[in-house]
Design a protein around this ligand. Structure first.
Ligand SMILES: *[C@@H]1O[C@H](CO)[C@@H](O)[C@H](O)[C@H]1NC(C)=O
Ligand SMILES: *[C@@H]1O[C@H](CO)[C@@H](O)[C@H](O)[C@H]1NC(C)=O
Ligand SMILES: *[C@@H]1O[C@H](CO)[C@@H](O)[C@H](O)[C@H]1NC(C)=O
Ligand SMILES: *[C@@H]1O[C@H](CO)[C@@H](O)[C@H](O)[C@H]1NC(C)=O
Ligand SMILES: *[C@@H]1O[C@H](CO)[C@@H](O)[C@H](O)[C@H]1NC(C)=O
Length: 380
């Protein structure tokens, strides 16, 4: 009996494909000099992405932020495989990497796809462009084999950038979107859909564990959930709609007082964003409440505040998810402490918060596309 149970467990865990993620620091390590840093932040801190096909703007995503810490993992493209480091991003649905034909200075600092060396490469007559704040990526849509660990998607649509700006000093090559497909872009079926439709994954589920303090140890898993990465029970929350990874949030509070999201709001669970972002007025109010002061594009705070400030509590579906001061206050390379609350410059009729890596380091997250829900539990 025990033996049978054990067998079952082994078989189950073998269906899960785990990809190690490496935690990377952005410009605090890679861009030196104050002016460069400020310019970098002004230009590129917030990611507004409009993806357009055939030159017409068809969609826009939220404004997001890839500063501070982010997490990259390896995938391969082509036959024989060429390796790329990508962000596994629940806030977008498209996969792109730089093309060897991209000769802008930004591209030359990244690994570029040599399509002439791939026997499975197929060109189609489609272009795409993505606008990130004032940065932009432009390129062509192609098809080729993409491999994530043992998962293989053949004839996968992806973007090859021919022109890119705004990605200097970041140590990832491209972005692998894990959000819902948008029927407006019928030619851009996301990789997760193809893996699901082709039966490559046993369950239409993926999950993230983002390590709190180590560079190694983070993982994204596909096809199931490894329960060793969280404590207690997963709490499920239905999506607002099966269109993106957003859920309804009840409120945000501190010391039992509601400080934001007072009428309920929308929370986008976003692995491609570093911090926690909200509307300007509400974020400024939180900075004021915790005693942070603005300097340039940052809000700084005394490092000793980590020991005295209360947790900020995000209540989702009746469950409290505290974010303690040691999670929302980080130290930069010069030893100064800054807060991880940001304003997003995203106007929307509903109050929207983006729960990025700051939140997801505390809470293991499961993205269940079969049931259109997100599961959260305290990470180990
Ligand atoms: C990705 O591949 C590179 C080069 O082969 C390797 O050094 C790195 O450790 C890999 N990263 C992860 C997160 O596995
Ligand atoms: C696409 O959107 C961008 C940013 O809003 C705008 O500057 C550009 O003119 C738009 N292009 C088209 C073809 O509508
Ligand atoms: C698909 O894109 C269109 C055009 O940008 C947008 O209006 C629509 O909301 C998107 N649909 C989903 C499900 O995200
Ligand atoms: C990049 O390549 C294109 C065509 O291949 C060429 O027209 C352009 O001058 C090149 N730019 C640089 C900066 O080398
Ligand atoms: C490619 O698409 C464009 C725009 O849709 C069209 O004008 C052009 O004729 C197409 N070219 C080929 C070779 O199909």
């Amino acid at each position: 009996m025990n033996w049978l149970v054990l067998l079952g467990l082994v078989a189950f865990s073998e269906c899960i494909v785990k990809i190690p993620l490496r935690r990377v620091k952005t410009m605090r390590n890679t861009v030196s000099g104050k002016n460069m840093l400020d310019n970098f932040l002004k230009e590129h801190a917030y990611r507004l992405s409009h993806i357009s096909f055939h030159g017409s703007n068809l969609t826009s995503h939220s404004l997001r932020n890839i500063r501070d810490l982010f997490y990259v993992g390896n995938i391969t493209i082509g036959t024989p495989p060429q390796k790329f480091q990508v962000i596994f991003d629940t806030g977008s649905f498209f996969l792109w990497v730089p093309s060897i034909f991209c000769n802008s200075s930004t591209c030359s600092t990244h690994i570029r796809f040599r399509h002439l060396q791939s026997s499975t490469f197929r060109l189609i007559n489609k272009t795409f462009s993505i606008i990130y704040g004032s940065g932009r990526i432009k390129g062509v849509v192609v098809h080729d084999t993409v491999q994530i660990g043992d998962l293989v998607s053949t004839d996968q649509p992806l973007g090859l950038c021919m022109e890119e700006s705004g990605f200097e000093g970041v140590s990832f090559d491209g972005i692998l979107g894990l959000s819902y497909r948008n029927i407006s872009f019928s030619g851009a079926i996301p990789i997760f859909y193809k893996l699901k439709n082709e039966g490559a994954i046993s369950e239409p589920v993926f999950a993230f564990y983002l390590s709190k303090d180590k560079q190694e140890g983070s993982v994204v898993m596909f096809g199931g959930v490894d329960h060793r990465y969280y404590k207690g029970e997963l709490k499920w929350v239905p999506l607002i709609r099966a269109g993106d990874w957003s859920v309804h949030m009840d409120h945000i509070s501190m010391k039992r007082k509601i400080i934001a999201c007072s009428d309920g709001c929308k929370a986008l669970v976003d692995t491609g964003t570093s911090d926690i972002a909200g509307p300007r007025r509400l974020v400024n109010n939180i900075q004021k409440l915790i005693g942070a002061t603005p300097r340039g594009s940052e809000y700084y705070i005394s490092c000793s505040a980590v020991n005295t400030l209360p947790s900020i509590i995000f209540t989702i579906n009746g469950i409290n998810y505290p974010v303690p001061a040691r999670a929302y206050i980080l130290k930069d390379s010069r030893g100064r402490c800054y807060t991880t609350f940001r304003e997003h410059r995203f106007s929307s009729s509903t109050e929207t918060w983006i729960l990025g890596a700051v939140f997801l380091r505390l809470y293991f997250s499961v993205f269940d596309q079969g049931n259109d829900r997100i599961g959260l539990a305290p990470a180990v």
